[in-house]
Design a protein around this ligand. Sequence first.
Ligand code: NDP
Ligand SMILES: O=CC(=O)O
Length: 324
Amino acid sequence: MKPAVILYKKLPDDLYARLAEQCDVTEISNLSPENQQQHAEAFRQAEGLLGSGGKVNGDLLAKMPNLRVCSSVSVGYDNFDVEALNQRNVVLMHTPTVLTETVADTMMALVLSTARRVPELDAWVKAGHWQKSIGPAQFGIDVHHKTLGILGMGRIGMALAQRAHFGFGMNILYNARREHDEAQTRFGARRCDLETLLKESDFVCISLPLTRETHHLIGAAELALMKPDAVLINAGRGPVVDEQALIAALQAGKLHAAGLDVFEQEPVSADSPLLSLPNVVTLPHIGSATHETRYGMMQDAVENLIAALGGSVDKNCVNPQALK
Ligand SMILES: NC(=O)C1=CN([C@@H]2O[C@H](COP(=O)(O)OP(=O)(O)OC[C@H]3O[C@@H](n4cnc5c(N)ncnc54)[C@H](OP(=O)(O)O)[C@@H]3O)[C@@H](O)[C@H]2O)C=CC1
Ligand SMILES: O=CC(=O)O
């Protein structure tokens, strides 16, 4: 008999067919309480869960007594209560690697668009303000040969360092829990403490996961350490930055600009002051959102689920120790 799975994400037809060949699929739009109630029996039967967005915690696990594998279409897994999964011996699979280069591209796009004011000046031209030669009021700041500080020198941090070092001749600083020799060898990157990185960087780029340790890691005190002409880029998770403190720092002119792909609340509220600050570039959490990469993530998530249901967790597994 095929294992029963709940699918809470729309898949392309070919990937759906691949999943349905191996599993008995119940497809729902999301993990809302209404869907959980309406499909209570499917949740009770399910051995697998595949999708992205929505909390997977003790409450949901209580409704899924047969669950063995969760497969997330994301690399970040802060939506999952990993301790609760471990207690229940539920394996969690995710999609690192396939999205790394694309997310680094997004971060570099935020670096360039904040520094050179691309969205702001695009709106200015389209509004008909370009009536004569531009002057200092339209100038930006250089990116090349500046110092780029990376918080979280993992897969994405390394791919960003590669772009910044080889493409833009930038000096690289980083902060991570451990030394990354490869970053030193390939990009001449220097590991430093958070305070030094914030004080010395022209661009502070966050590619950290959201954990108890990283929640509000960047608050008012940390923002105050940054140079007044520095730029903050966040493509990790919104709550790594205390958003109210960031708004206050930007409104007080203590930072040059910010480039944000992630927010404390997503979608960001339409009345957030971040949306009316001209020196803030906002994106709707599109780090990995290209056709090719999103397809690759969904493909990996399907294969991860099938492999883990079959007892194989050799790659892309967050908690292999949970396998019984
Ligand atoms: N905006 C978007 O669309 C996307 C956002 N992301 C976010 O990016 C995150 C990183 O992804 P990825 O690079 O693949 O993950 P990795 O696990 O490869 O890298 C994470 C890095 O963060 C560091 N880190 C973790 N906790 C701390 C801490 N407390 N203090 C200092 N450093 C810490 C790790 O340090 P060490 O090396 O020492 O272990 C590691 O260098 C994801 O978790 C997700 O939240 C990912 C994809 C898309
Ligand atoms: O935010 C996206 C992810 O893959 O994590």
